[in-house]
Design a protein around this ligand. Structure first.
Ligand code: COI
Length: 359
């Protein structure tokens, strides 16, 4: 159990006036959580302090060698003003897996959850009241040694910040267009694709910008070896409903094991759908579209929730999905996930964790 020291802000910021126009990750709450790691001492000095910029030496390791990992979570306000989290232990465990790959000391699961809960509790007034808006939580850890040698740092900082946010995509729940990237890759076996490290996202930006210039919301990444099999979208995992069955890439090292992904798979199986986690060739998806069997495509992610896709383009060929509107399975998943998260539906899966008022 962490002994978290709290220093409250003396200058609270104005809360957003219009919660329907929050955007994603633009405004930040009054406080942040910090905890240091020093080799030989372990994690120490857990504290909640006023949100403020860091002062860091220009030679701090993270600026040069990107030894950094992060997570994404949300806190939701229910109609009776309970504040709740969704499967926080999944994020805590995934951060441990990311830490292991990036040679960063792991944070115990209980400490991670305690830290998230404490910060959300202190900033609970910042959890939006508006339907569809939530408090996005961004925990991250970075190498804080000063020096230019390439080796594992001996000092780290664990920080959590929170941002009242709306939908990730400007389209909201409206279906998005996706560009299937056939030149650049995001991950390859043995690399860091399964982790949430900043480097994965840095490597994805160029393709994302090129796709955006052509009017596509995101890039769909193919496997890094043959550029043949679909993997993920970067900001979300992706699923394809073809001829009644749901297909998604297996999380075997190059794909992020999404918390929303695994939750949707569980729900789909509960509802009797066959879900196939494995290799799915983009050529087969385009064929299915030509034969009228590509029934639904949707992304899953903490930020993206469940996001319908209406169009894929691969090597100049366009696949249009359904009638361009959200499909029934996508809609049911969206309604069920958001229903549980915002407390409109009972938590039949034991996924919801309330944030008790302590501070
Ligand atoms: C999340 O869904 O929480 C993420 O971290 C994706 C991010 C690119 C917004």
């Amino acid at each position: 159990m962490l002994d978290i020291k709290l220093t409250r802000t003396t200058a609270p910021k104005a809360k957003p006036e219009d919660e329907t126009k929050l955007g994603f990750g633009k405004k930040f709450t009054d406080h942040m959580f910090l905890m240091n790691y020093t080799a030989g001492q372990g994690w120490h000095d857990p504290r909640i302090v006023p949100y403020a910029p860091f002062e860091l030496d220009p030679a701090t390791v993270v600026f040069h060698y990107a030894q950094e990992i992060f997570e994404g979570m949300k806190a939701y306000r229910t109609a009776d003003d309970t504040i709740q989290l969704f499967r926080p232990e999944c994020n805590a465990r995934r951060m441990q897996d990311s830490a292991d790959r990036l040679c960063i000391p792991q944070i115990p699961v209980d400490d991670y959850i305690q830290a998230v809960k404490a910060l959300v509790d202190v900033d609970r007034d910042w959890v939006p009241h508006t339907d569809g808006a939530s408090l996005y939580i961004r925990p991250f850890v970075f190498a804080a040694d000063v020096g230019l040698g390439v080796h594992a740092s001996k000092e780290y900082l664990f920080c959590i910040i929170c941002s009242p946010s709306g939908a990730y995509y400007a389209e909201g729940i409206d279906p998005v267009r996706i560009y299937v990237e056939d030149e650049y890759i995001r991950a390859a076996p043995g690399l860091t694709g399964f982790t949430k490290c900043g480097g994965n996202y840095a490597a994805s930006i160029k393709a994302g910008e090129l796709a955006e210039e052509q009017g596509y919301a995101q890039v769909l990444w193919l496997d890094g070896v043959e550029k043949k099999y679909v993997e993920e979208v970067g900001s979300m995992n992706i699923m394809f409903k073809i001829d009644g069955k749901v297909y998604t890439a297996a999380t075997v090292g190059t794909v992020l094991p999404g918390v929303t992904r695994r939750s949707c798979i569980e729900l789909l199986k509960d509802w009797g759908y066959e879900v196939i986690e494995g290799k799915l060739a983009i050529a087969d998806i385009m064929n299915a579209a030509r034969e009228g069997k590509l029934e639904e495509v949707f992304g899953t992610g903490t930020a993206a929730v469940v996001s319908p896709v209406k169009e894929l383009v691969w090597k100049g060929e366009h696949a249009f999905i359904g009638d361009g509107k959200i499909g029934p399975v996508t809609q049911k998943l969206y309604d069920t996930m958001t229903g549980m998260q915002w407390g409109r539906l009972p938590d039949t899966k034991g996924w919801i964790v309330p944030v008790e008022k302590v501070y």
